[in-house]
Ligand binder design. Structure first.
Ligand code: C5P
Length: 227
């Protein structure tokens, strides 16, 4: 059977990665979470003092990009690939609220995007890939055979994210999560380079009132119609 490329873009916390992971598993495709890559670069920048809430030393971060090695390593027990930053498993650390607050700032930097987009395109050379992010259907794989643009109300998305963070033991307030989701969407959609927008040929998928099973079966159906 011919393998295709599936691009899943959309707003923060729309559940893109949950669906993308399930879809990749069902089709026996590779799954790539590009948000994890931007998060890992952000973690590196935080640890080296290049970015904080009030400042970002763009030059220093650009100069250090050559020292950042990103890798996904499949974890059998978890059932998905985890993010490694220079041989360190950072899967947990990149999901914290602290990283979420700074990642969109780092994601506006052109050299960062160039580096990550090049890695992503290389991973997709053989097709048979489900990739989620913000610019997959528009920039990374403009010729993807299936493009989904996921959306849901900010309140629904913040509620899901809030539960996830609580489950992981983070002490956060719902209002803080909602503010972060809205802020990231604003920065991601208004940045100059590769802003978050729906590709002309993407299917808009609003999952505000949809359970996971329903979402998965509908998206698998879209995929089966193309494959
Ligand atoms: O997908 P996730 O919410 O983990 O992404 C974190 C952030 O990384 C986004 O808010 C966005 O700023 C950035 N990002 C991006 N382009 C992508 C994936 C993520 O700019 N393809």
């Amino acid at each position: 059977m011919e393998k295709i490329t599936i691009a899943i873009d959309g707003y923060s916390s729309t559940g893109k990665s949950t669906i993308a992971k399930q879809l990749a598993k069902a089709l026996n495709y590779i799954y790539v979470d590009t948000g994890a890559m931007y998060r890992a670069v952000t973690l590196y920048a935080m640890r080296n003092g290049f970015v904080s809430e009030n400042a970002c030393d763009v030059e220093a971060l650009i100069a250090s990009l050559q020292d950042i090695e990103l890798r996904f390593v499949y974890n059998d027990a978890a059932g998905f690939a985890e993010m490694y930053l220079n041989d360190e498993n950072v899967e947990r650390e990149i999901r914290t609220m602290e990283v979420s607050k700074l990642v969109s700032k780092v994601a506006t930097i052109e050299n960062v995007r160039q580096k990550l987009v090049a890695i992503q395109q290389k991973m997709g050379l053989e097709k048979g890939i489900v990739m989620d992010g913000r610019d997959i259907g528009t920039v990374v794989f403009p010729n993807a055979e299936l493009k989904i643009f996921m959306t849901a109300s900010p309140e629904k998305r913040a509620t899901r994210r809030y539960k996830e963070l609580l489950d992981k033991g983070e002490e956060v307030k719902y209002s803080e999560v909602l503010k972060n989701v809205e802020h990231r969407d604003y920065v991601d959609s208004h940045r100059e380079i590769s802003p978050l927008r729906k590709a002309g040929d993407a299917i808009v998928f609003d999952n505000s009132d949809m359970g996971l099973e329903d979402q998965f079966s509908r998206i698998l159906d879209f995929a089966n119609r193309v494959i």
